[in-house]
Design a protein around this ligand. Structure first.
Ligand code: HEC
Ligand code: HEC
Length: 210
């Protein structure tokens, strides 16, 4: 008896989290319908007065496909490197927690900031790949595929739309894309334009192209 009683609060919390997740999904899906009509992609503002999420999404998508972002969101188990997104040197792999394995743990080479010089390891706090269970793959995803993946809390690391927006605007690994260290091109879209597009996309209800 005491056993199940002591688990009840946990179950209640899990249930609340589950409900919050469903609400988050509902938010994205509900407003989706209003904003995506035929040929709606070029409107700045949809008929219901919301920002045009599909147009904002294309700006977000362009950034997600930039090598500075794509290189840590690979389809396989190795990080990628360079503007041609080739497999990371030295057989570095994701590992069970995204931080690599054994002597090739990411933080054996990557520090919390860029090392100063070409071909030295770039760095930012928490440098790692997503985990194998939630790999958050951007590589090879079409615009519509990645859009639907990103707004799906079951495939985006459990993030609500607000958390997703916060991550895109403030996460250290994301911001690194505009300060990638010597010899690496920063993300081409200005950071402020990306932030505005990410906010507009979320405000639209995470509208996605077909
Ligand atoms: C043995 C050292 C070493 C280890 C371990 C290592 N890296 Fe690297 N990594 C480097 C070096 C050096 C570079 C820069 C190569 C260059 O610029 O020519 C680099 C570059 C990268 C880049 C490319 C950045 C870009 O956009 O071009 C990514 C992404 C990356 N590492 C991720 C990781 C991750 C994630 C891990 C752990 C799973 C990891 N690395 C483990 C040394 C290492
Ligand atoms: C050094 C590796 C690294 C780099 C570089 C990186 N990310 Fe990530 N990204 C991660 C990891 C690890 C997570 C999961 C951690 C978390 O959810 O807090 C993540 C999560 C995300 C998420 C949230 C979940 C989802 O559905 O994908 C978004 C969005 C994202 N990254 C966008 C970007 C963008 C945009 C850039 C480039 C400007 C970028 N990332 C660069 C490692 C990286």
């Amino acid at each position: 008896m005491s056993r199940s009683a002591s688990h009840a609060p946990l179950r209640a919390a899990a249930l609340a989290l589950g409900v919050a997740g469903l609400l988050a999904l509902a938010t994205c899906r509900a407003s989706d319908r209003g904003a995506s009509g035929p040929g709606g992609g070029s409107r700045a503002v949809a008929a219901d007065g919301k920002p045009d999420g599909a147009a904002a999404w294309e700006t977000v998508y362009g950034v997600l496909q930039h090598p500075r972002c794509l290189n840590c969101h690979p389809a396989g188990d190795r990080p990628l490197q360079g503007d041609d997104s080739r497999p990371h040197a030295q057989s570095v792999v994701r590992g069970p927690d995204g931080h690599g394995v054994f002597a090739l743990r990411c933080d054996a080479c990557h520090q919390i900031e860029n090392l100063d010089g070409p071909h030295l390891p770039p760095g930012a706090p928490g440098w790692r790949l997503p985990t194998p269970t939630e790999p958050l793959i951007f590589e090879g995803r079409s615009s519509g595929e990645l859009c639907r993946q990103l707004r799906d809390a079951r495939r985006n690391g459990g993030k609500s739309p607000a958390e997703l927006e916060h991550h895109m605007l403030h996460d250290a690994l994301v911001l690194w894309g505009w300060d990638p260290g010597a010899g690496r091109a920063p993300v081409a879209t200005p950071q402020a334009a990306f932030a505005a597009a990410a906010q507009a996309w979320v405000a639209s209800g995470c509208d996605c192209p077909d």
